[in-house]
Design a protein around this ligand. Sequence first.
Ligand SMILES: Cc1cc2nc3c(=O)[nH]c(=O)nc-3n(C[C@H](O)[C@H](O)[C@H](O)COP(=O)(O)O)c2cc1C
Length: 261
Amino acid sequence: MSWKKENDPYLDIKSMLDFHFRSIHSETNMSANIIRRGLVKNNEIKSCYLKMNSISLSELGDFETIDISFVDVLKRRRTSWDFNEEPIQCSTLSSIIHYSLGITDNCKYGDFIVNKRAYPSAGAEYSIIPYIYIQGTGNDLIDHKIFKMEIQSEKLYLVNKLNDKEINGICSTSKFTDRNFNKCNFIIFFATNFEVLFSKYGMLSYRLSLLEAGHMCENIQLVSTALNVSTVPLGGFYDNFVRRICKLDGRNFVLYILGGG
Ligand SMILES: Cc1cc2nc3c(=O)[nH]c(=O)nc-3n(C[C@H](O)[C@H](O)[C@H](O)COP(=O)(O)O)c2cc1C
């Protein structure tokens, strides 16, 4: 008798990607857009990257001191589209990224040293890659640009430049209503390549990726609250548009977004 190897759906990445594709939030499945269906354009995803220029977080200014109590931060945390009239200081922006996502410790795992960060990560793989769009700081080096964040080195790598107000295309609220991102100062896109975790966790990696993005987003919302910056978490965004502006290739997906200002 010979043993037959069963197809194990737990180890079939195609099922996971099919599921993800079926769950994308497109412009044609929002009731608010039905009357505008004729205007919908097919956004092609290009995998080309701009020649990467980098900028260090520390170049944006010294990290600010936070002196509000943790309990008060939790009480004050709200989702709000009322972004501040005053432009954000670059030092506030760098503080938000540094305190929410930055390296806080290092630990030994066998022969390896792992730099631990402000948020928990499945298997300490840190597979979620944040991209950040910045505007309204008055700093031409960063305004109206999308950067890929490398948390380890606290560096931002230039990925794309956007036209004025182009960012409002990311979701139906900003595209079709009075609430928009005109006064917001940053939008963080939490992206992943599922294959990074898949070899270790199989289909479970889908859940782990979403959960980790949630932890990162929550940290940023809390630190922003502490620094008097309004934030909006976004789950309902246009996947293809967002992937196109972040120049993500076919293997990378945005899971969650947070706008602030
Ligand atoms: C996973 C998730 C997705 C969300 N997506 C959106 C969204 O697409 N647009 C929006 O305006 N708010 C979004 N929100 C914010 C919620 O509307 C908000 O958290 C809720 O109304 C509770 O208000 P609070 O955050 O001020 O306590 C989202 C929140 C979560 C947790």
